[in-house]
Ligand binder design. Structure first.
Ligand code: GDP
Ligand code: MG
Length: 163
């Protein structure tokens, strides 16, 4: 069976944009409204000599209503099934408490996590804010722009090391 790679993170960080970029199609719904991806969406991804199934988990929200509980459950199922997890955070928003909650949950899962700091749109000297994300405790970070595609090659290289 193809290994599964789950894209995880709080709403609006750019998970679906990254998913679409990596599979080269627009399957996931990109929305300015947080939490709009209601179910897991799968797509094949090929990189170097690897083929894997990428899953857009739709976000882990901490709310208590039925939809949020459902999304959280779906995300947990994807994490359980995954060989490797891409955690996405948003440079512009900075490190949030919800990011830290998710990072902690992922570390408890024991799965390899590759941290993608999204919305680093400008090429060149990385902004100082980038380094704040080391505080999540997930190790190496990969600056990317899901809109432009910058940095996604290095990110995929890191993912493939775990497959
Ligand atoms: P999700 O909720 O995590 O799936 O986030 P979406 O993929 O729906 O994106 C949320 C918003 O962030 C949308 O307005 C996207 O266009 C925007 N966005 C996503 N990636 C980037 C990026 O690399 N740079 C910029 N500037 N905006 C981005
Ligand atoms: Mg989404």
């Amino acid at each position: 069976a193809k290994p599964i790679v789950a894209v995880v993170g709080r709403p609006n960080v750019g998970k679906s944009t990254l998913f679409n970029k990596l599979i080269g199609q627009r399957l996931a719904i990109v929305e300015d409204t947080p939490g709009v991806t209601r179910d897991r969406i799968f797509g094949d991804c090929e990189w170097q000599n690897h083929t894997f199934l990428l899953v857009d988990t739709g976000g882990i929200e901490m709310g208590e209503d039925d939809i949020q509980t459902h999304i959280r459950h779906q995300a947990q199922l994807a994490i359980d099934a995954a060989e490797c997890i891409i955690m996405v955070v948003d440079l512009r928003a900075g490190v949030t408490a919800q990011d830290q909650d998710i990072a902690n949950q992922l570390m408890r899962s024991g799965k390899p996590v590759v941290l993608a700091v999204n919305k680093v749109d400008r090429i060149g000297e990385p902004p100082m804010e980038l380094y704040d994300f080391y505080s999540l405790g997930l190790g190496e970070l990969y600056p990317i722009s899901s809109v432009h595609g910058h940095g996604t090659g290095d990110l995929l290289d890191a993912v493939c090391e775990h497959l």
